[in-house]
Design a protein around this ligand. Structure first.
Ligand code: SAM
Length: 217
């Protein structure tokens, strides 16, 4: 698997996947995009003291790192479950230089990558579990407050954006739980609605007109 590191417009790095011919994040700002969609429209909209997050497509770990950092301010209890069918190597992970987003330099940054399949307490408010698994085969007894849905686009991974997949994701959410994603294509909205979600569009980060938040009812 070949990945090239690319600097984006806010100076944070992303990766280019040769296999999917796509970047992992927006080239107009990887960190800006992740904060806007997953932290501001996702995490911050959950009005609870204990929050469980499922990230589909853990990738470089950027969303987990930004969630951890936001929670230094929020002080909630977070259980963060990231899954990925094809994680990047540790070497690639380190090359992303996302450690710079951590304000508490006592945090052991390597724990965002190491210890797959183990629940790791990053601090007393944040548990991280990373699992190598294909979403289509993923099973769990857990229910989540929010799903960060960060697969590659529908053009290259249509099965990830299908009614079948969204129905599965709906079963993983608590009632009133939300799914946030960067893609607002008509077919994605339609498939979400046909899977038991109320779909709302929001202004996107730089370079993207709209993004979506879907609520399970
Ligand atoms: C757009 S990138 C995700 C970016 C990631 N959230 C980040 O911040 O680096 C898509 C990710 O989805 C993963 N993926 C693709 N198909 C998947 C599947 N069926 N199940 C789980 N993960 C999948 C890929 O391996 C890749 O890491």
């Amino acid at each position: 698997m070949n990945f090239d590191r690319v600097k984006t417009e806010d100076n944070s790095f992303t990766l280019y996947s040769d296999e999917y011919k796509q970047h992992y994040h927006s080239i107009h700002g990887a960190c800006t995009e992740s904060r806007h969609i997953f932290i501001d429209l996702g995490l911050k909209s959950i009005d609870k003291d204990e929050i469980s997050v499922l990230e589909v497509g853990f990738g470089t770990g950027l969303n987990a790192i930004l969630t951890y950092e936001e929670n230094i301010i929020q002080g909630k209890k977070i259980f963060y479950h990231g899954i990925d069918v094809n994680p990047v190597s540790k070497e690639v992970f380190m090359q992303m230089e996302f450690e710079k987003f951590l304000s508490d330099k006592k945090t052991d940054f390597s724990l965002f990558y190491d210890n797959w399949n183990l629940e790791v307490n990053l601090n007393d408010k944040f548990v991280l579990l990373k699992q190598v698994v294909d979403l289509q085969l993923f099973t769990t007894e857990r229910k989540y407050d929010v799903i960060y849905f960060d697969a590659f686009s529908p053009e290259v991974q249509p099965e990830m954006w299908s009614v079948e997949t969204f129905k599965k994701l709906s079963t993983l959410l608590l009632t009133g739980g939300i799914l946030v994603t960067y893609c607002s294509k008509g077919l994605v909205k339609e498939n979400l609605r046909n899977s038991g979600f109320i779909v709302k569009r929001f202004p996107g980060p730089p370079g993207k007109r709209h993004v979506l938040r879907a609520t399970k009812f």
